[in-house]
Unconditional design. Sequence first.
Length: 321
Amino acid sequence: MIEYNRYSWWKTTFSWRGTALSRVAGRVLLFTFYASIVQVAYSAAVSFGLFEHLFGIDPVAHSVLGSLLGFLIVFRMNASNARFWEGRSSWGQIINSSRNLVRTGSEYSKESQELAGLVTGYVICLRRSLQGLRDTEETELYLSDEVRHSADTFGNPPTGITAAITSWIADQYRAGVFDSVIVRQLEEQLSKIVDSQGACEKIQKTPLPFVYVVMVKQLIVAYLLTLPVVLCERCGWWSPVLMTVVSLGLFGMEEASVEIEDPFGTDHNCLDMQAFTLTIARDAGQLARRAGKRSMKVQPTENHSTSDLAHASTKSFQSVQ
């Protein structure tokens, strides 16, 4: 995701990076060239008095197609934006529930570092899964070899890690560390994380219906193919210029909708899930370290080490920033 100054009007207006210009430039030039050919043909027809009746389509009839196309493109953009916002909301829920899960679990258990590692490993694995990488790479610092091997046997590795978190909660309950109330609270937060994972996977695996997407593209082509015939008589050699502007707008809006339709990709305007996972890693590590320090104050005779996870997560987060 591109961070930008929303108050810098001119800089934003003339930006290239993160815009649809690079993707639609070829199509815009193609239709501009087509409009020029139509204008040349119209000028020749006027000069020689041949086939002049083929030009000058009634703009009222053409505007009906334009109105329909505008409605469909707006609907297309709204649908894509709704998917983008739902993806961001789901990751917001994952961040909040991860904090609550580690915060509560760390306060009542001495194994806070293990819980923080499981949660951090889970969100990293989820990020990679949503980007089409179904493995447990990048989690070596946070997960044990046993947990990673078990997760790799799942068709959905993040689900395997949530099973490991549930096992950790159950072990603490059997050992008498947690009571039923704490277990219920932790499982409630874990369930919210899993629900948000399901919402993200729903967006990833359910694109907009093909028949609708094709219809929008076909109407754009039909509108732009007939536009020069409407403009050539009234606008003259300004028609290729107008074609450039109109085609840029139509192709640009359609391409922007395509890009944000899947907010979990690696394009410039997709969600910055790398920052999300680093935020969770930082917060989980710091919560675990805080719980470890409190435990040392309560039991000063025991030898407690500081959380390497917290230091590593915080360091990696600061280096990215």
